[in-house]
Design a protein. Structure first.
Length: 115
């Protein structure tokens, strides 16, 4: 990965595109920046889960899980599917999976700070 070099001859249009991308990235990072939402995404990375399954996996109350799922749904990271009275959730944004891979590599795979 090569980060872009911002030079003095950058055009206004390029700056505007960068600002739009920065805003999108900030909103995405805000959506996953809560430990509950991050844990939900980790569980959903292994496949679709019902709200009840997520409650059990997270040892959390239904209201708390639903609130976090609502935020993830609002950001377009998960989608619900109803089957009778049961609601299942799955990941819809591949960026979430990529970010989970990075977070796992940085914080979970190794103990300690190896960087």
């Amino acid at each position: 990965m090569v980060l872009p070099v911002i030079s003095e001859d950058i055009t206004d249009a390029e700056i505007e595109r960068m600002m739009v991308s920065a805003c999108d990235a900030a909103n995405f990072l805000k959506a996953i920046s809560h430990e509950g939402r991050l844990m939900i995404l980790c569980h959903l990375a292994t496949g679709e889960k019902s709200v009840t399954e997520l409650e059990r996996l997270l040892s959390a109350r239904q209201a708390a899980v639903s609130q976090q799922l609502s935020r993830l749904r609002m950001e377009g990271l998960v989608q619900p599917r109803r089957d009778g009275k049961t609601i299942y959730y799955s990941l819809t944004d591949k960026r979430a999976t990529k970010m989970l891979d990075v977070v796992y590599d940085l914080f979970c795979e190794k103990t300690g700070n190896d960087v």
